[in-house]
Design a binder for this molecule. Sequence first.
Ligand code: C5P
Length: 349
Amino acid sequence: MERAVKARAARALRVRAYAKVNLGLEVLGTRQDGYHELRSLFQTIDLHDDVVIRPRPHGLEVRCDHPDVPLDERNLALRAALELQRHAGIDRGADIAITKRIPVGGGLGGGSSDAAAVLMALDRLWQVGLGPAGLHALARRLGADVPFFLVGGTALGLARGDEVYPMRRQIRCHVVVIDPGRPVSTAAVFARVDQSLTPRENSHTIFRFVSSDLEGLRAFPILVNELEQATLEEAPDLADQVRRIRGILIGEGAVLASLSGSGSSFFGLYDDARRARRAQSALVAAGFRVLRARTVSLDQYRGFWSRSLRGWRGAKGSNQSRSRHHGDHGRQGHSGRGRKAEGLRVDRV
Ligand code: C5P
């Protein structure tokens, strides 16, 4: 009996779906497909959802502990599984159980990360063997942020944000995330951007940031999130909170204090843990819900995925996937050097 329970448990693959913040986000214009041309500097952080995937002969089912997450085909993780089924022309099934820790509708990419996690996990469990590079086309059909989560770390997102280029220099620092507990619709925020979007010279803050000497880390203040104004128009009740949150974060020495994506989450970056802790305490004392995290570098992200997928053993102990997960990240395929994360640093990969 005990053995049967163990055997069932061994067949489940448990993975973490990490959150992201946008260190900078520029809206360059509207596109013919109705989306917006973006330039986004993504950063994975170690705040994560837990996703448990259990293969079964047929059928797909998703469960989630958060009441606001739909369980039908609006669920991006379920759609990810359906896309992969269709693409691979297979009829195998899976149970997907999601434990949410990433705030929902907070601009932290939780739904997109869950979807990317399901793609990578089922690619292995169903032995499809596409690997992150091969999954890219499926990921971008699911949503503009999903491809980033096939890569992770510090990365530049171009086009709709779905053309992802890992940065040679990876940022390592402490992150304080504030969750106002109020979802904001990304589509509604972008619709408001259209009303204020005027033809202009492309802004260049992210390019300046990327090409500046990051060792000194003086470049952070030039980064902006150009969605902030539209977000505050869409959710005017946030304006006062954002003003107070930014004041506390900066007052405690944040090198960057910004909205993430289309909000509503706000975050601060710190070069040492003490300052981050002090900021957290001050924000909690002011009545905010605060989460603390660290950045996850490209190497750490790859290492995590490599270990998670390697650890899985199929029903008959089979682990013979044709997957090219190990080391094959397509154009993301740099070899890297791991370094101990301390302070706010940039590492070359
Ligand atoms: O791709 P995703 O479904 O995550 O995007 C949500 C909404 O955000 C889209 O429906 C679109 O209105 C808007 N969006 C955009 N331009 C982008 C990304 C998202 O207009 N580059």
